[in-house]
Ligand binder design. Structure first.
Ligand SMILES: [Zn+2]
Length: 493
């Protein structure tokens, strides 16, 4: 073991080895980028045919935690994110609205970027619109054609998957019994329909198309990401991430395109985020349990609570999104913010306590160990909340010293470099989006009278009524704290 740098306090810190779960191997692997100190990362961005829903943002928050974490470990991150601003749905919807593709998608591109800002998602180094990279896609298709991986039929160009024996290696799909030459034109299809897929689609009457060297038409979805990843990141990427539903066919097809063209490994680590469930059902538009960020904001949910909730569940676990979990996230953020302001504002007795310095260092190490373990955000957060509890107790007992504040604040700042929830700027963010949440208008007198009513209910052991009043107050932005001596304190959120 090599010696680690020494902290000023004489304490040693050990940096945990970073390990990620690679979908390709199905295993945890130590993360070592191709070029020392640099991470080249590709993110499948949204298809901008509508407002992105909360399920999409689960993946985007995961990708933000990933990049912030790698940066905090000293890596230079080069992240590319595409915007799919041409696909089957966009063509249909823009035509139905009587707008050009650009006019139709501009609104949703802007909304998406604004939503990202509200959730404190750092901008990737490159944001690439598909329609601005048509020539790169045409060039890639030409390379594939030259190597014999394509054929044309009725003006469209298809990828011949029989020519790429490794096809299926990411999604583990079995292509043995597949009929050669069977084709699929849709951008999205399931494993049962694995076929030769369209790289370039001939225009249908009335559809928008580009006039190119490979004929008039428009690109398929999969060629878009492959072309842009190769253009900005080179032949081999360190990380490619996305939602688990992109594994097949999208990422499988990207591999087939990129590796056939370059004869090199396309991606070294594939990271896939699990689904977000709403009341135990998969979030999707077709199921109707669709919630955009804006809907949640206008119902009074804060950007910070949503970010916290989405980040708090490790990305490979399904996340069940419920009003209660959102409420829980809001109080967690509140607790962390209160603690940080206490550290900054409260005056403690002079000096420092070695116990607290050791306690803070332990929390930092535990936090690091959690994130190094395939971004186990739950473990990392537990380390922080334990520290908050212990430090609060020490403060209440008068055992916390003035110089401990700076030490503990450093741990909190390190936490916030990744979770990004401590700044109390939710109101400003909503204002920037032009959203005025349904403000809870409830007077102090009304609150007091409801609390009295609840106390009476508790006295006669009618806990259903008591809970109902508590929930009603919570919905109107008032939080109750029952103390041991039976009194109730309240505060506005
Ligand atoms: Zn993609």
């Amino acid at each position: 073991m090599s010696a680690h740098p020494t902290l000023s306090g004489g304490e040693r810190t050990a940096s945990a080895e970073i390990r990620f779960h690679n979908t390709m191997s199905g295993q945890m692997e130590p993360f070592v980028p191709l070029e020392a100190g640099v991470v080249r990362s590709y993110t499948c961005g949204p298809t901008v045919y509508d407002f992105a829903h909360i399920g999409n943002f689960r993946t985007f928050v995961f990708q933000d935690v990933l990049r912030r974490y790698l940066k905090s470990k000293g890596f230079r991150v080069i992240q590319v994110m595409n915007l799919t601003d041409v696909d089957d749905r966009i063509i249909q919807k823009s035509a139905a609205a009587g707008l050009s593709i650009r006019e139709y998608t501009d609104k949703y591109v802007q909304a998406y970027l604004d939503d990202r800002t509200a959730l404190n998602l750092e901008p990737p180094e490159y944001i690439a619109r598909a329609t601005e990279h048509i020539d790169d896609m045409v060039k890639l298709i030409e390379r594939l054609t030259k190597k014999g991986f394509t054929y044309t039929s009725e003006g469209s160009t298809y990828y011949r998957i029989a020519k790429f024996p490794a096809y299926g290696k990411l999604s583990k799909i079995d292509v043995a019994g597949m009929q050669t030459g069977a084709r699929v034109d849709m951008d999205r299809y399931d494993k049962d329909n694995a076929r030769d897929f369209a790289l370039w689609k001939a225009p249908k009457p009335g559809e928008h198309f580009w006039e190119t060297r490979i004929g008039p038409g428009r690109p398929g979805w999969h060629i878009e990401c492959a072309a842009m990843a190769l253009k900005y990141l080179g032949d081999t990427l360190d990380i490619h991430s996305g939602g688990v539903d992109l594994t097949f066919p999208h990422h499988e097809n990207e591999i087939a395109e990129a590796e056939a063209a370059t004869s090199k490994k396309f991606v070294r680590y594939w990271l896939h985020a699990e689904h977000l469930l709403v009341d135990h059902e998969k979030m999707s538009k077709s199921l109707g349990n669709f919630a955009t960020l804006r809907e949640l904001f206008s119902h009074g949910h804060k950007p910070s609570s949503i970010r916290f909730l989405l980040a708090s569940v490790p990305y490979r676990r399904q996340l069940n999104f419920t009003p209660e979990s959102l409420q829980g996230a809001a109080s967690s953020v509140e607790r962390l913010r209160n603690f940080a302001s206490r550290l900054r504002a409260e005056k403690f007795p002079e000096g420092s306590s070695p116990e607290m310095a050791g306690r803070a260092l332990r929390a930092k190490e535990e936090f690091d160990r959690g994130l190094a373990d395939d971004l186990n955000t739950a473990q990392a957060l537990a380390a922080i909340f334990d520290l908050v509890r212990d430090a609060n107790t020490a403060m209440d007992r008068g055992e916390f010293r003035q110089d401990d504040s700076a030490v503990v604040l450093t741990v909190m700042e390190n936490f916030d470099a990744i979770f990004a929830v401590l700044r109390d700027d939710d109101a400003d963010k909503l204002k920037a989006l032009g959203i005025a949440p349904d403000a809870p208008t409830i007077s102090d007198a009304e609150i007091e009278s409801l609390i009295a009513e609840r106390q009476a209910a508790r006295k006669r052991r009618d806990f259903a009524a008591s809970d109902r009043i508590r929930d009603e107050l919570a919905a109107r932005g008032v939080i109750l704290e029952d103390s041991r001596d039976g009194t109730v304190r309240w505060k506005r959120k």
